[in-house]
Write a protein that binds this ligand. Structure first.
Ligand SMILES: C[S@@+](CC[C@H](N)C(=O)[O-])C[C@H]1O[C@@H](n2cnc3c(N)ncnc32)[C@H](O)[C@@H]1O
Length: 280
């Protein structure tokens, strides 16, 4: 009994004293920058936030790299707790001062800890969802796969990671949606693009905010290059729809993309809100 207790204490100590993996980067953030990311998750798989089966009961939503203050984590707490009032939320930062700045906002369900891709979890804690936004953008492409492999170790089978890049106020973003299948295994489920149309609709703008694994790959011979060429062609072919509004044009361009053989979601619930989901 005492041995088991000691083992637990040592495990927690080990996890909390391990060196955070990664590097501190610029901490810029903005109010409601990630609102559309959260709204996307709430629409895509609300059960992920509410399920209580097995290890999902009490499992965490992790906001990795929340930035110079904790506003994005706290905003998500409000949004997600409308769906699940007891959701436990962990904000992780690799920058010690940013953790200290966030700690006054912690409570029994909201935690802020120093850590990196090797998440600072206590013994018995599990993760249902990781959101990492505008974090890997400042890394090199070679850092992408090891970071995903490490993060996936913590996510419950069936859980998700959403990792991507946005414009400064979040009006445009692109993200990898990754399904974890257990034991650090994961697979790309979709590439998601989002726009609130505040900056108009220009397919090329999405190229500038691609996730780290894709941003240097928009070159001939790469699938992401073919995708963008086809989407640009589709937008040109459907430009007449612009007269009915940017949402209509966006939706028509995605319809045309589907007709070219791309597995994109054509449901109005996505297109009408400015989300393009490309299933991989
Ligand atoms: C640009 S801010 C993004 C803030 C917020 N997620 C947003 O999108 O507005 C990136 C933050 O990620 C943190 N960061 C970078 N690498 C990290 C890692 N491996 N683990 C935890 N935090 C990390 C940086 O210290 C920085 O504060």
């Amino acid at each position: 009994m005492f041995g088991a207790f000691l083992f637990c204490i040592i495990t927690v100590m080990k996890r909390n004293t391990q060196k955070p993996e990664g590097q501190p980067t610029r901490g810029k953030t903005a109010a409601n920058r990630l609102r559309r990311v959260d709204n996307f998750i709430l629409l895509y798989e609300p059960a992920l936030l509410t399920r209580t089966d097995g290890l999902f009961s009490d499992s965490l939503f992790v906001d990795l790299g929340y930035g110079f203050d904790a506003r994005t984590t706290l905003e998500s707490a409000v949004r997600f707790r409308r769906a699940n009032a007891t959701l436990r939320i962990l904000g992780v930062e690799i920058d010690k001062e940013r953790v200290e700045a966030a700690l006054p906002f912690a409570d029994e369900q909201t935690f802020f800890r120093l850590g990196g891709f090797n998440l600072p979890l206590a013994s018995g804690e599990h993760v249902r969802l990781i959101r990492a936004f505008n974090v890997l953008r400042q890394y090199e492409e070679k850092d992408f796969a090891p970071a995903y492999e490490r993060l996936a170790e913590y996510v419950l089978p069936g859980g998700l990671m959403i990792e991507g890049t946005s414009t400064p106020f979040g009006s445009l973003w692109a993200a990898n949606l990754v399904r974890c299948v257990g034991a650090g295994q994961w697979s790309f489920e979709a590439l998601v693009f989002s726009t609130n149309f505040h900056a108009g609709f220009d397919v090329e703008e999405f190229q500038t905010i691609l996730p780290k694994n894709l941003i240097h790959r928009v070159v001939k011979g790469e699938p992401i290059h073919d995708f963008f060429e086809a989407w640009k062609r589709s937008a040109a072919e459907t430009a007449a729809a612009k007269t009915f509004g940017l949402q209509q044009w966006f939706a028509a361009s995605v319809e045309a993309l589907a007709q070219k053989g791309f597995d994109v979601d054509r449901h109005r619930k996505w297109l009408g809100k400015g989300y393009l989901i490309w299933y991989l």
